[in-house]
Structures are given as structure tokens and as C-alpha cells.
Design a protein around this ligand. Structure first.
Ligand code: ZN
Length: 197
């Protein structure tokens, strides 16, 4: 398709974004053309700001603006509890539960089986943090897929010898879920993780 060069360039850049096909990219490119100049400037600034000002927290590897993220700076958190998750998006998900006011998160990157080595998973940094003696329990909240389970078991094996309690978040039936519609593995996990009432 013939397109004015700058428009073609924007189309090409947008098309490279995940989940955006050629048609959507074209629609977005034309939309940008229609936008007010100050809105386009704001969008361009936001894109650059993300690159320039967002980096990993020195302590937990969550995304933040300064040296330490808000969670690590929060005095109200229980520093004896560390919750390990796979990626920054998971920190946000755990925070949304509102039940983690006592937890400090530690983003670990992706899972072991993805060909990612322990170095990239920030395991050394986690163990160094545990050596300081403040942490009494590590809650492993990696995903419940094969990679997440492998990472959880690997981590548990490393942490147990230190004498620090290791726990795994429970997997089971979704709230409001019907038994008859649950898949076998979910049901099996729910049974396995049962608790006394
Ligand atoms: Zn942090």
C-alpha cells in the first residue's frame, strides 16, 4: 500500500508491538494523525519516560522510579515475610488482593524451564537477603504451571536448609466455582490443599 513516508514509518513501528496486527496498526497510525498535537506530545513523552525512568528496585526487582520501590520503602510491611512472584505484573496482582500488606514481594523474572538460569531468576539476591536474618518465611507464589512448579520446588530446596519456613500459595477451586466444571488437576490440587474447618 502507498503511504506517506512518516505515516508508513509509524505504521511499521506500531505493527511491531505485540498483539497489534497490520490493520490495527494502520488504524492507530491514522488515529495519531487525527490527534491534537499536545496529545501526541504527551503520548511520545510517556513512551520515553517509561524507558528513561522505570527500572528495577534494588531490593526486590519490582519496577520502580527511584532506588527502592514503594513496597520496599513501606514501613508498615512485615519484613519477616517475603512473597516470591515471577514478574512485576504478579506483584500488582498480589497487591490487588489487599491481603499482602504484610508481604514484601521479590520479582524473580521468568521460570526455570524457559531455559532461564538461576542467575536470571535473582536467586542469589534472594538468598543474600535471607542471610540477613530478618526473613522468617518465604511464600512462593510462582504460577501453577509446569515451569512455576519447577521453580517453586527448586527454590524450596535452596531455602529449606537455611531453616527459614517455605510455603507455597494454595491452588484449587476458584471462588464461586462449581465442582462439576473444575478440571481434574484443579480438583486434585484442591483436595491436596484441603484444610481443617
Ligand atoms: Zn522493592
Amino acid at each position: 500500500m502507498r503511504m506517506v513516508k512518516p505515516l508508513a514509518r509509524l505504521h511499521e513501528q506500531l505493527r511491531r508491538l505485540p498483539g497489534i496486527g497490520s490493520k490495527s496498526a494502520l488504524r492507530l497510525a491514522y488515529h495519531v494523525l487525527d490527534m491534537k498535537r499536545e496529545d501526541v506530545e504527551e503520548l511520545a513523552r510517556a513512551l520515553l519516560d517509561v524507558k528513561d525512568h522505570v527500572h528495577l528496585c534494588r531490593q526486590c526487582f519490582d519496577l520502580c522510579e527511584g532506588e527502592l520501590c514503594e513496597i520496599c520503602q513501606d514501613e508498615k510491611r512485615d519484613r519477616s515475610l517475603v512473597c516470591v512472584v515471577e514478574q512485576p505484573q504478579d506483584v500488582a496482582a498480589m497487591e490487588r488482593t489487599g491481603a499482602t500488606r504484610v508481604c514484601i514481594m521479590c520479582s524473580m523474572g521468568s521460570s526455570l524451564l524457559d531455559g532461564v538460569g538461576p542467575d536470571q531468576l535473582k536467586i542469589r539476591e534472594l538468598l543474600l537477603r535471607l542471610q540477613k536474618g530478618t526473613v522468617k518465611e518465604v511464600i512462593i507464589a510462582t504460577n501453577s504451571d509446569v515451569e512455576g512448579e519447577a521453580t517453586a520446588n527448586y527454590l524450596a530446596g535452596l531455602i529449606r536448609p537455611t531453616g527459614i519456613k517455605v510455603s507455597r500459595i494454595a491452588h484449587g477451586l476458584p471462588v464461586g466455582g462449581d465442582l462439576e466444571y473444575a478440571d481434574e488437576l484443579t480438583l486434585y490440587k484442591a483436595l491436596e490443599n484441603r484444610r481443617e474447618i
